[in-house]
Ligand binder design. Structure first.
Ligand SMILES: Cc1ncc(COP(=O)(O)OP(=O)(O)O)c(N)n1
Ligand SMILES: Cc1nc(C(=O)O)sc1CCOP(=O)(O)O
Ligand SMILES: [Mg+2]
Length: 492
């Protein structure tokens, strides 16, 4: 893995060293390596010279910008970033101006401050993520949320790629009591992310929101190639904790706000989702070896080898074309007393009484989760990183699948492989769930995957393309379910 290099460029009017130290501590704590340029009291020529020195430092993965005090510094910096991004288009620029609020920045007419105008015209088009506070706790949460999204959309029109309105206090009613939470709202061209955390007042151990630590944390996580949704989650968890380590306590992680929930309703989220919560638990937390196959013939072959968890995954056919396969699959599952999951065709799974259904994140928008729950079917949900894991956790499925761990030839994946280190982090964070690792897991890789503590390993080609599938299943079973293989041996 290449080193995560973060450059920080800022001038702090007050508490310089303290704030600078908080930045660098955060970068170190989260596994990055920071290089800092302080612009404070630098002449324009000296500022340009400092930036030229930075060029000689190791190439940045992300650049974090803090307070920039003068118009010419803004212009010099914007020019520098434009040139640097041309050379390294992959670089992300994270900007947390601290002293400016969302309302100040989002005014369309001139604010009366030439500095703010210069920031909007010159700097924002070079910025990938702008982070601003939205502090006021209006009693009308729908209005506050609407104003916030409007302000963010205005800022996006200035050319910044994504905007996060951070830690806004939202008051809402639940169980006849007024609750108060801190909400992060992030919007870019592809996504809108809402993360709720307990209000700052109820978290004495939380970090100072006005220290620039959020953007340093975000920059460091993005520098390690995490996508923005996952980076927001980890940065927020870091702010919510006091420890100077990569966050690993679920209590510190934010909750993903979904429509059709108490908070979602009170923010006026309108998306129609037939969500349900707390699905039937699986009979074990360790689902073991989990072959995913696309024919009834394969189901039977793997069942005959002693497999107890499996999935029928037929893609892109009409329900009428797969109904007989689903019926036959359910019958086989019963005959072998196995946990048979049906991918995608949740109505057929309900109709024919499968053990469970496996669905993806996008299915949360279309499938009737209430019907699945009412029918008593187990629900497995796919995830591809922290954000999706927390989103899945909101509805408490029967198991969570973590993918894709390695490159896979079975499916075109829009995301990057997670690798073992991330899998370990997810396994530690979600250890109370049945977890299933999937994606590119071969016989050779299975021992390391199993060693992360996930109770189940799902495979397609490790079985279907094996020269000897029976041998492959026997070896995979011995790796993933060593206790059951021992029991078999002892039983003989
Ligand atoms: C065990 C397991 N994990 C993940 C998937 C992927 O499901 P999904 O995201 O719904 O994608 P498709 O399989 O439908 O392409 C899975 N099927 N099984
Ligand atoms: C169906 C599927 N879903 C994935 C996910 O990450 O959600 S990876 C995957 C394919 C797994 O096949 P193989 O074991 O051959 O790599
Ligand atoms: Mg699916």
């Amino acid at each position: 893995m290449t080193e995560a290099i973060i450059w920080t460029i800022a001038s702090f009017a007050a508490r310089d060293n303290e704030t600078n130290l908080a930045d660098l501590n955060t970068i170190n704590a989260l596994g990055g390596c920071g290089y800092h340029v302080s612009t404070k009291r630098l002449s324009d020529a000296d500022f340009s010279a400092e930036l030229a020195v930075l060029i000689a430092a190791p190439v940045a993965s992300t650049i974090k910008i803090g307070v920039i005090e003068t118009i010419t510094h803004v212009e010099i910096l914007a020019d520098f970033l434009k040139r640097y991004k041309k050379q390294y288009p992959e670089i992300s620029v994270i900007y947390e101006p601290l002293s400016l609020s969302l309302a100040d920045m989002a005014m369309t007419e001139s604010t009366g401050s030439m500095l703010v105008d210069a920031i909007k015209i010159c700097l924002l088009p070079c910025v990938d993520v702008l982070i601003l506070p939205q502090e006021q706790g209006s009693a009308d949460s729908i209005r506050l949320f609407t104003e916030t999204t409007q302000a963010i959309n205005t800022l996006l029109s200035f050319g910044v790629k994504g905007v996060c309105a951070k830690a806004m206090t939202v008051k809402y009613h639940h169980d006849n009591k007024q609750q108060s939470i801190a909400l992060d709202v992030y919007i870019d061209a592809q996504r809108e992310i809402l993360l709720s955390s307990p209000s700052v007042l109820s978290r004495p151990s939380a970090r100072d929101e006005n220290s620039g630590v959020f953007s340093s944390a975000l920059a460091t996580v993005i520098a390690q190639d995490y996508p923005i949704d996952d980076a927001l989650v980890v940065a927020r968890a870091y702010l919510n904790q006091s420890a100077e380590t990569w966050p690993n306590n679920r209590n510190d992680f934010p909750q993903v706000v979904l429509p059709n929930t108490v908070l979602g309703d009170q923010l006026g989220l309108v998306q129609q989702m037939q969500l349900a919560y707390d699905f039937a638990p699986c009979d074990t937390n360790r689902l073991g070896l989990y072959p995913v196959v696309d024919t009834v013939e394969w189901l039977e072959k793997v069942l005959q080898q002693g497999v107890k968890t499996l999935q029928l995954r037929i893609k892109d056919k009409t329900p009428a074309e797969v109904v007989e396969d689903v019926q036959a699959a359910v019958a086989l599952g019963r005959q072998y007393q196995a946990r048979l999951f049906i991918n995608d065709y949740w109505q057929l799974a309900i109709e024919h009484g499968a053990y469970g259904v496996h669905l993806g994140q996008e299915d949360m928008l279309i499938a009737d989760f209430v019907a699945i729950k009412q029918a008593g079917l187990k629900l497995g949900l796919s995830t591809h990183g922290y954000y999706e894991i927390l989103r899945a956790h909101q509805i408490k499925p029967s198991y969570i699948a973590l993918g894709h761990i390695y490159p896979t030839v079975t499916k075109d994946m829009p995301s990057k492989p997670q690798g073992l280190q991330r899998l370990q982090r997810y396994a530690d964070l979600m250890q109370d769930y049945p977890l299933v690792a999937i994606g590119g897991i071969s016989l050779a890789r299975a021992p390391q995957v199993a060693a992360t503590g996930v109770g189940s390993v799902a495979v397609v080609t490790a079985i279907t393309r094996a020269t000897d599938y029976q041998q492959a299943i026997a070896e995979l079973l011995a790796i993933v379910e060593p206790q059951s293989s021992l029991a078999c041996v002892n039983d003989e």
